[in-house]
Design a protein around this ligand. Structure first.
Ligand SMILES: [Zn+2]
Length: 681
């Protein structure tokens, strides 16, 4: 593969800029930031010159819409979410060298200069088109600021870019009866000039650079690029009429800003520039290896559009790899910010304080590397309890406790090695190499599994050797066993660092390892005999069923709310006593005859056998059941409800029905064929 045949002097790692109109969730972490952080931590431990760039994407229409809705400025919105996002990343140990933002003045300057250079060297084409304009507010309307009737399905609230009812992509001019959402007025069409990047002119180059030279890219990335290029590329507008964003730095461009897709990737460059005065060597020296970590929705921007911008500019390098991930789903459903179907990082930390590594572990073990993958709370619990706690944590704890018990907390000197000792020591050299080679190929799940194989190796070794059984008879042998077990702990404390940085640091604290690099995984001197080790605390704690049930229930509540947009969920009523309940005489019964109550739509008159008597009950179920289909049906009846007259009929009792959030009714019946009159309690 290319990355092994060519050697680079330094590495520039970027991770997608999250959009600052909401907090970040586990999907972001799994798809982009955890793998990028693992990769960067590993390279740093290898002593590479690497920088890790991140920042918030703060321009674009969704932010202005949100600001209008909340009655604040766009800057207020991005200030709020930039702070939340930045702090979530910090808390999860995402070790950016800089986490910047695209509303910064340096970014505005950098993006302006970039545009200006392309403009002056004739890289854009100009086009005049007709766009909707709000005469009262005196502004052009972005697609999302126009609603109207969908020409396909008749939905009267379709947006200028899409109908959310039938899912069709639209042009604003397709809408019937268009309306400005700002003033409510009918917009007029007005001519406007914009600049376009003619992507079609880069097709031949892209074909050569990606299709021919980057066959080693992940199949999902390579395949998507190929199909875009094969479909033919079109000129793409780099400017738009909007007042929030990087102003177009030209004289005849009042009221125009750079399109967010154009300014956002330049954010990587601005952030690097903010981080170091020596930024150009990371962006322009061919001996720099550039890697973009992104989700699959960003592939076209990072593999086709941004490289074309860089190519047009002329002095920049191109990404060497773009290891994009697929999507992470949550409990079988697509993660959605608008439906609140997500695990938000700040909420996770409130519910599981100090358990950042557990989430990092589970998200890596389940990473959507080659296909969409699912996060479930049960899997989260199982991986913590059965893997991190039962294997990794348990092995470390047993080793350190035994070292204290037998050797006063000092690393013992080994004696002669048996064949099985030697085999373990060989694996201890081999496994970290496997971790490294998986990491270098962006196979993070595999790398994590190999790391855990070191813990599994230790756990098995200690269990097989049973030092607690031979201590009395062969204490010399116990010295060797614990020495090797401590070596395994030391290797773990180094190799687990990219994946579980908080726990790895704790473990090195137990072992008094202060300085280390990746090569120290193979260095026995990292833990010399005679060195003291500290009393361990638990590295991982059991996660109880109640904590998981709480999370599952939280999601269930979200689902119920989503299922009933009208807010039909009936809140729990006030408590009653057992006496209140026991006064209800509930029985099983059978409907033996049924007919419609004349001149009503909802009511059926039922003759019911309660086991005690046969009686008339009037029930409001005609919308859901016809008289014919319910004769013979087993039901549950409240028989001591005081008789009352309904439409001239005396009704004695009530048939129990379940009502769902949409207001639909169904019978509540015993699931076995019970005699009529059986008590329900
Ligand atoms: Zn439609």
């Amino acid at each position: 593969m290319k990355n092994t045949s060519k050697s680079f002097r330094r590495v520039l790692v970027t991770s997608a800029l999250p959009y600052a109109n909401g907090p970040v969730h586990i999907g972001h972490l799994a798809g982009v930031y955890v793998p990028a952080d693992i990769y960067v931590r590993y390279l740093r431990m290898k002593g590479k010159d690497v920088i890790f760039i991140g920042g918030s994407d703060e321009h674009g229409v969704p932010i202005t819409i949100r600001a209008t809705k909340e009655g604040v400025s766009p800057q207020d919105i991005v200030d709020k979410y930039h702070a939340i996002i930045k702090s979530s990343f910090k808390e999860f140990g995402i070790s950016f060298d800089i986490y910047s933002r695209t509303s910064s003045s340096l970014h505005h300057k950098t993006a302006s200069e970039f545009f200006k250079k392309l403009f002056l060297s004739g890289k854009f084409i100009e086009k005049i088109t007709e766009q909707y304009y709000d005469e009262e507010k005196q502004q052009f309307l972005a697609d999302r600021y126009i609603t109207g009737t969908c020409p396909h399905c008749g939905n009267e609230k379709a947006y200028g870019d899409q109908c959310e009812n039938c899912g069709t992509s639209l042009n604003a001019t397709d809408l019937i009866n268009p309306k400005s959402t700002i003033s409510g007025n009918i917009p007029i069409l007005r001519e406007t000039k914009h600049w376009y990047l003619p992507l079609d002119q880069y097709e031949t180059w892209l074909r050569e650079w990606i299709i021919e030279e980057h066959k080693e890219w992940k199949p999902n990335v390579y395949g998507q690029c190929k199909s875009w290029i094969d479909a033919g590329l079109q000129p793409r507008a780099v400017t738009r009429d909007l007042d929030w964003g990087v102003k177009v730095p030209l004289e005849d461009a009042e009221g125009k800003v750079l399109y967010v897709w154009f300014d956002a990737p330049i954010g990587y460059i601005s952030a690097t520039r903010e981080f170091t005065a020596d930024w150009e060597k990371y962006w322009k020296d061919p001996e720099t290896r550039m890697i973009h970590f992104i989700g699959k929705d960003n592939i076209v921007f990072h593999c086709i559009i941004f490289p074309s911008m860089l190519k047009a500019e002329g002095s920049y390098i191109f990404p060497d790899n773009v290891p994009a991930n697929e999507f992470l789903n949550l409990e079988g459903d697509k993660i959605s910010t608008s439906r609140n179907w997500a695990v938000w990082l700040h909420e996770y930390l409130a519910d599981f304080p100090g358990k950042q590594d557990v989430l990092r572990y589970v998200l890596t073990a389940n990473a959507p590397e080659t296909k969409d993958n699912d996060f479930t709370w049960r899997d989260f619990q199982a991986r913590n309890n059965n893997e991190l706690l039962a294997v990794f944590g348990n092995f470390v704890n047993r080793t350190l406790v035994l070292t204290h018990k037998y050797f006063g907390g000092v690393v013992p000197e080994p004696n002669s090695l048996t064949d099985s000792d030697q085999a373990v020591l060989n694996d201890l050299v081999y496994l970290p190499q496997k971790v490294a080679s998986s990491l270098e190929s962006f196979r993070f799940r595999e790398a994590l599994n190999e790391m855990m194989n070191i813990a599994r190796l230790g756990n098995k070794y200690l269990t097989d050797q049973e030092p607690w059984k031979i201590w009395k008879t062969d204490p010399e042998r116990v010295k060797t066993v614990l020495h090797i077990s401590l070596r395994i702990c030391a290797v773990l404390s180094i190799v687990s660092e990219p994946f579980l940085p908080f726990s790895a640091a704790k473990l090195r604290g137990f072992l008094n390892i202060n300085t280390f690099n990746w090569c120290d995984a193979e260095n026995p001197g990292i833990l010399p005999f005679g060195n003291p080790v500290n009393t361990p605390e638990l590295l991982f704690e059991k996660i109880e069923d109640t904590a998981i049930e709480y999370q599952v229930d939280k999601l269930l509540q979200t689902k119920l709310k989503n299922a009933s947009p009208a807010g039909h969920i009936i809140p729990q009523r006030t408590d009653i006593s057992y006496d209140d309940f026991s006064r209800l005489d509930l029985r099983t019964a059978t409907i033996i005859a049924a007919e419609k109550v004349p001149k009503t739509k909802k009511l059926l008159k039922l003759l019911v056998d309660t086991g005690i008597d046969q009686r008339i009950i009037v029930s409001g179920i005609a919308a859901y059941y016809s008289p014919e289909e319910i004769v013979g049906r087993k039901v549950s009846v409240l028989i001591n409800l005081a008789p009352r007259e309904i439409k001239g009929i005396v009704s004695s009792g009530m048939i129990l029905m379940a009502e769902n959030s949409a207001g639909k009714l169904c019978f509540v019946s015993p699931i076995e064929d019970f005699d009529n009159g059986s008590a329900i309690k």
